[in-house]
Design a binder for this molecule. Structure first.
Ligand code: GTP
Length: 162
């Protein structure tokens, strides 16, 4: 089935293309972003520079994107991924880079308390995500464009299957 793709501009006015078709932009993307749920709450991380965001990062040389997703969730939140579903992909065309990221939905079974969280101040649990996230300085810019809103709508439409 042909699904709809999306194009919009992010917080910094970079072009973002988003697709929920399988591997639409790349089979081997170098970045991952993971929308996490722990029990009934969203699990995010407080990035030291960017603010609150769903965990994610770069795929390392000897790992797959799926492995990077599991690793980043643990490093940034202490969350153990129980179930990982790849839901889509987006491409950001920034001034000097093109970044392609896999988007995942992950169910987290356990939240381990750690002494150190890689580049972050650790987990943030939220019952609901704020409506006014775009105006909220606590939140990272990566939470402020159509990637989050469209991904949440996609998750809502596919709730039964996840
Ligand atoms: P380092 O290379 O680790 O220093 O990080 P970086 O932020 O310079 O590089 P990265 O390759 O992660 O991202 C390059 C640029 O792409 C960023 O400066 C952002 O403008 C953009 N970018 C990266 N990730 C995202 C994202 O999830 N959403 C949006 N909208 N832009 C992103």
């Amino acid at each position: 089935m042909q699904t709809k793709n999306y194009t919009f501009f992010d917080f910094y006015n970079n072009k973002v293309e988003l697709s929920f078709e399988k591997d639409y932009f790349s089979k081997q993307p170098k970045h991952v972003w993971v929308i996490c749920k722990y029990k009934e709450e969203w699990l995010l991380t407080r990035h030291e520079d960017r603010g609150i965001e769903f965990p994610g990062g770069k795929v390392e040389e000897r790992e797959t994107a799926d492995e990077a997703a599991v690793r980043e969730v643990y490093e940034e939140t202490g969350g153990i991924v129980e179930n990982l579903v790849k839901i889509g992909q987006y491409k950001v065309t920034a001034r000097n880079d093109v970044v392609i990221k896999n988007i995942y939905f992950a169910k987290i079974s356990t939240l381990k308390e750690k002494d150190h969280y890689f580049e972050t101040a650790g987990p943030v649990l939220l019952k609901t995500l704020p409506n006014e996230i775009k105006q909220d300085k606590q939140y990272s810019f990566i939470m402020k464009d159509g990637v989050l809103t469209n991904s949440l709508q996609w998750l809502e439409r596919h709730r039964e299957e996840l």
